[in-house]
Design a protein around this ligand. Sequence first.
Ligand code: ARG
Length: 463
Amino acid sequence: MADMMWAGRFSKQVDETVNAFNSSIAFDGRMYRHDIQGSIAHAEMLGDCGIITKQDSLEIIGGLKDILADIDAGKLELDPNAEDIHMFVEAELTRRLGDVGKRLHTSRSRNDQVAVDLRLYLRDEIAEIKQLVIKLADTLINMAKDHTDTIMPGYTHLQRAQPITFAHHLMAYVWMLLRDLGRLDDACERMNVCPLGSGALAGTTYHTNRKQTSDALGFIEPMPNSLDGVSDRDYCVELCCALSLLMTHLSRFSEEIILWCSWEFKFVELDDAFATGSSIMPQKKNPDVTELIRGKTGRVNGDLVTLLTMMKGLPLAYNKDMQEDKEAVFDAVDNVKLCVKTFIPMLATMRVIKENMRNAAARGFINATDCADYLVKKGMPFRDAYKITGTLVAECIEKGLTLETLPIADYKAKTELFTDDVYDAISLDTCVRERKSQGGPSPDEVIRQIALAEDRLGAFRND
Ligand code: ARG
């Protein structure tokens, strides 16, 4: 086995098991681009500040670019025995350039290196996730435009409650996604500061230029405190929190789709390409995609708890525990991307069975509030109107009727305020059309909110 970088201090080789246990290249290898990007900025700054010669700086930068090109092209494989991606790149550079390569790590530590790599890496991932969420919101808005007149029951306690439209329901998720986008932006903004130059924990005695590396890497500013720069992983926690909420939204929607696919609801039918069968029951068509999204939400929440728990007892500054940050945050990012990517075409191909939605809305007395409101509009106090309507519903249940089919005589027996126009006032179409309070389900109001959502989404698109 080759000597470790720190062999001078040690009288023995590291035990094989410790070596494998310690190594993170199997999972941090994915940050190779960002590691090299950070090293290039560092080498350039070292040259510009006269800490190494311009010539060495240029050679190092050239060597790093070659390594990047070779990894990209599959000509250079990451060495699984390397301790991590940072050690691998530096060792490869030194193998290629000899002594010049050994100058790269001047006035830098892996502690500030890993912190900068991870911020660069996650910044890119956030941009990708945002694009996916925007596409999902676009898909929902397009569906909503087709369904502003599609009446369905709205539920509370999973009991039919009041009439809404499918568009109104879909748009509720669009607003959640817009907030998710805002949270991703916030997380990105706070993450977008540069720890490079913090060194191991206490900065450096070299006259470095931290603003230069921060600017070169596209960060807002260098982090003002070197201890903080290498110690915190709040940016991973914050991102994971935003992702957990995004998954929670997808999971609730998934749960609804699972219900809607059942024969008990049959509001939607998934495309065959987005459902699966059973190995034994020939009739089955299962909504596996939505169930997996619901399941993976638990996993992403787990990633968040992993990060919070990993950090909560750590003294400043770097501790090796923090190497555990990457698998958790990468797992969250990977799974969110997978879920959103699969959810979009599944939704776009889902068949909406309008008649079943309407039939469900026509039963369950979801116009009872409107019947009470009818009396209120004729002058009765709401509580009295509520009580009378309750007795009418009980009467309907007893006679096997609905409020629409209950004879006018039965209405009038309760109060003479009821006249023939009650049937129009409680028709499903009227109930939806008249719910035009701001944010309500009336088609005009939903069309207005769709325009507003498109506007808000546009702002994220242009970021
Ligand atoms: N692989 C390490 C990590 O991911 C890099 C930083 C190591 N620093 C150290 N002093 N051991 O956290």
